[in-house]
Design a protein around this ligand. Structure first.
Ligand SMILES: Cc1cc2nc3c(=O)[nH]c(=O)nc-3n(C[C@H](O)[C@H](O)[C@H](O)COP(=O)(O)O)c2cc1C
Length: 133
């Protein structure tokens, strides 16, 4: 988990794919946080990505290193976590939350963690390596 968090923190734009009735959808995400051994992401419940993850919690995301030599794929299911301490921890860890959402109590703000996931590290020079999340 730590090395996945490090990769996604060092390379902070990742692309997360969801399943929708029209087919796969993908978009850039940036926020990642650890709590109690789980990796958390955020969105808001006005977005299609939220509705898609509620209907089908399976996702896959990918990010590359700045030099393009290594990349990661993470897949699993998401579980939404409405505990206020998660929102408070996120606000404390990333400055963009205040201008974007004002308060951890904002009812459109959502957090979810990866459940039953796996991450695979790739490079042009080594065999892929998969770790469980
Ligand atoms: C660099 C970058 C990081 C982003 N990070 C997030 C994020 O962590 N969570 C989020 O909900 N949207 C984030 N966005 C915005 C989403 O990509 C955007 O709202 C997207 O349209 C959501 O997908 P949807 O249209 O399928 O709902 C980010 C955008 C960029 C450019």
């Amino acid at each position: 988990m730590e090395e996945v968090l490090k990769f996604l923190t060092d390379n902070p734009t990742f692309y997360i794919a969801t399943c929708s009735p029209e087919g796969p959808r993908v978009r850039p995400f940036g926020f990642i946080m650890e709590d109690n051994g789980k990796l958390y992401m955020t969105t808001n419940n006005q977005k299609d990505v939220f509705k898609q993850l509620q209907a089908d919690p399976r996702f896959e995301l990918s990010a590359t290193s700045a030099d393009g030599g290594t990349w990661i794929r993470v897949r699993g299911k998401v579980v939404f976590d409405t505990r206020k301490e998660i929102a408070e921890k996120a606000f404390a860890s990333a400055p963009f939350f205040v201008p974007m959402y004002q308060s951890p109590d904002n009812p459109i703000l959502e957090f979810f963690y990866i459940d039953d996931g796996e991450a695979t590290f790739y490079s042009f020079t080594e065999e892929p390596r998969t770790v469980k999340l």
